[in-house]
Design a protein around this ligand. Structure first.
Ligand code: M6R
Length: 608
């Protein structure tokens, strides 16, 4: 969603802000803008569309001189994408400029109050209301004005504010939206996430809700909502700017697909000790023995990881698992006690629904475990326990390497819980662990054989409707295959439990409908193939995804086939997801889609 960045220091601010905004493009946006304080007044340049339009409009920053400024990429919520609705927004007198990520829920009442006091508004946004409100309370001290104004704001916000009368100060404040500050050599920063500043510094502090930061060129100070000065820890992030570059690949998504073997290896390695999956630093053995129920709560692809994890944890550890969409969990009155473990899965660690679901779980007395990729993110900070995936920065909107690392962590959890509860034979434990360690190498094999998948994508990129079917973990994986294709290629697809298709949806199958049958799970392959034959009998073309050892059988019931190496059944999705990601990628490529930044989508969904 919206990205924000601010800089004050010895250099020209505009080029630094534009570079920061380029690093935040991945969050998803439809317009962009910057505001620069040149010591006398604030100059604002903003433009609808891609960042390149803004860069053209301001001579790549040369036309707006000044050492302090704020920038924004907007993902429209209040008011359609347009120049006027773009951020930064300024107060009527031009004294205050702000950028905002989030939604101010009571903006209509505040706007009415300000209109009644003679203020005139230009845009349809909730953000302009915040700018006017801060100006309304401004009495010569921007920090005091911000502290006063935010007391009246309801909803979620991360705000960056500059004031024409205070030319070396940026104020940042947040509530339920991400905001960091960062310490550079030639000035200081604030931003929605570290990506924006990684080229300048890795040293950051994470703001908590309602805290206020005053960022100046010579230092950063922090205040409570009542303006008592507070101390914040500094952290050094372990991401490298190179990891956030395309490194010669045409798309981030493709680069990230190729990075999966290494990302999975990096993620599982710290938790393999003495030939065991050892999570005892995170989850107490006694506690796991007594867990009566697990909820897995997440959104999108992270939710799909949860669906697979349910099969695997129940199979290996015999703990009942319920997987709930985070946006539903918050309002479904879940039955929870102290023996309920709630696992929240999130790449960004900022997804609003997942964060609020986690808060709800804690409020109801559950122990919460977060599986998160971004260090210091709100979900990581709020959880009782955290396991970090080591996917590194994921820039493409469509997740790939984060998904695979999350999946690997859930297998570690299943193994560890099975050992604590004595629910798995030593032999099978050994086989699964060995196969988990072999996943990176087997992934490499699939990636090296990608030409066949590219060929099949070329055969099918003109389809406008297709189905993914599978049973058990193959069905759970189909959900992800379908989402991947939809989000980047804009082809309509649906994932169905193979046995369910004939209860209605098979009426949509006509001549040449493409059906992708994920048939890797040996125990149920015959049943899935019967369902494949049912759709073939109605004219469908069936593509099978299966293992080396099942390929002959699957080939007889399908028209085309993609194979993956054999592995233990709980790890099949870790391998079978790669062909699905590559298929979606190549289809989108042949359709000429904007693969890394699909329309309407945001990488971090920080509003409800
Ligand atoms: O950052 P999160 O894992 O919490 O994000 C959840 C979803 O928004 C995310 O997985 C989304 O579905 C991706 N675009 C899928 O590729």
């Amino acid at each position: 969603m919206c990205g924000i960045v601010g800089y004050t220091g010895g250099s020209q601010a505009a080029p630094i802000l534009l570079e920061g905004l380029a690093r935040l493009e991945y969050r998803g946006y439809d317009s962009a803008g910057i505001a620069i304080n040149n010591g006398e007044k604030i100059d604002v340049v903003k433009a609808m569309g891609r960042l390149a339009v803004l860069c053209d409009k301001c001579g790549n920053g040369r036309d707006v001189p000044g050492n302090i400024g704020i920038g924004h990429t907007r993902w429209a919520t209040h008011g359609r994408p347009s120049d006027v609705n773009s951020h930064p927004h300024v107060s009527e007198n031009g004294r205050i400029a702000i950028v905002h990520n989030g939604i101010i829920e009571n903006y209509a009442q505040l706007k009415e109050m300000l209109i009644n006091r003679g203020r005139v508004f230009k845009s349809e946004t909730d953000t302009e209301v915040a700018a006017q409100l801060i100006d309304y309370y401004y009495n010569g001290n921007i920090l005091e004005a911000v502290a006063r104004a935010v007391r009246e704001l309801e909803g979620s916000y991360a705000l960056g504010i500059i004031c024409a009368d205070e030319p070396d100060t940026i104020v940042g404040v947040k509530s339920h939206a991400p905001l960091i500050v960062a310490y550079g050599e030639d000035g200081n920063f604030f931003a929605s996430d570290v990506m924006a500043v990684l080229n300048y510094t890795k040293t950051v502090s994470y703001l908590d809700d309602d805290e206020i930061a005053v960022v100046r060129s010579d230092g950063i100070k922090f205040y409570s909502p009542f303006l008592d000065e507070i101390k914040k820890e500094k952290y050094v992030v372990d991401w490298d700017i190179k990891a956030a570059d395309k490194c010669g690949y045409e798309h981030y998504m493709f680069k990230e697909i190729m990075e999966q073997p290494e990302a999975v290896r990096r993620t599982i390695e710290p938790y393999i000790r003495d030939g065991r999956a050892d999570l005892s630093d995170v989850l107490d053995r006694e506690y796991i023995k007594n867990v009566s129920r697990i909820f897995i709560v997440a959104c999108g692809s992270s939710y799909h990881v949860g669906v697979i994890a349910k099969y695997n944890i129940e199979k290996l550890a015999r703990i009942p698992v319920e997987v709930v969409l985070a946006s539903e969990f918050r309002y479904c009155d879940p039955i929870i006690d102290k023996n309920t473990l709630v696992i929240c899965i999130s790449q960004s660690g900022e997804t609003a629904d997942t964060l609020e679901a986690q808060n709800e779980a804690k409020r109801l007395g559950a122990v919460t475990l977060a599986i998160v990729n971004v260090e210091g993110s709100a979900i990581a900070k709020g959880a009782d326990k955290v396991i970090y995936t080591k996917a590194g920065p994921e820039i493409a909107v469509a997740t790939t390497k984060a998904y695979s690392t999350q999946l690997a962590v859930t297998v570690l959890i299943a193994l560890y819980a099975a050992e604590c509860r004595n629910s798995l034979s030593e032999d099978e434990y050994g086989i699964i662990l060995k196969e988990l360690l072999a996943v990176p190498e087997k992934m490499m094999k699939i990636l090296n054989d990608k030409a066949n998948i590219q060929y099949l994508a070329y055969q099918h990129f003109n389809n406008e409707d297709l189905f993914f079917i599978g049973r058990n973990i193959d069905y759970a994986l189909s959900l992800e295959g379908s989402l991947k294709l939809k989000e980047i290629s804009y082809i309509h697809s649906e994932a169905y439990a193979a046995g369910e298709l004939k209860h209605g949806t098979i009426s949509l199958v006509v001549d040449d409908t493409l059906v992708i049958a994920v048939a890797s799970y040996g125990r149920l392959v015959d049943k899935t193939l019967s369902n494949a034959l049912e759709v073939k009998a109605r004219g469908a073309r069936v593509m099978g995804i299966t293992t080396e050892s099942l390929k002959e059988k699957v080939a007889k019931a399908t028209d085309e086939i993609i194979t993956i190496p054999d592995t233990h059944e709980v790890l099949l999705p870790s391998l079978a997801v790669l062909p699905l990601q590559l298929f979606a990628y190549y289809v989108a490529l042949y359709r000429g889609c904007d693969i890394d930044k699909p329309r309407n989508l945001a990488k971090s969904v920080t509003v409800e």
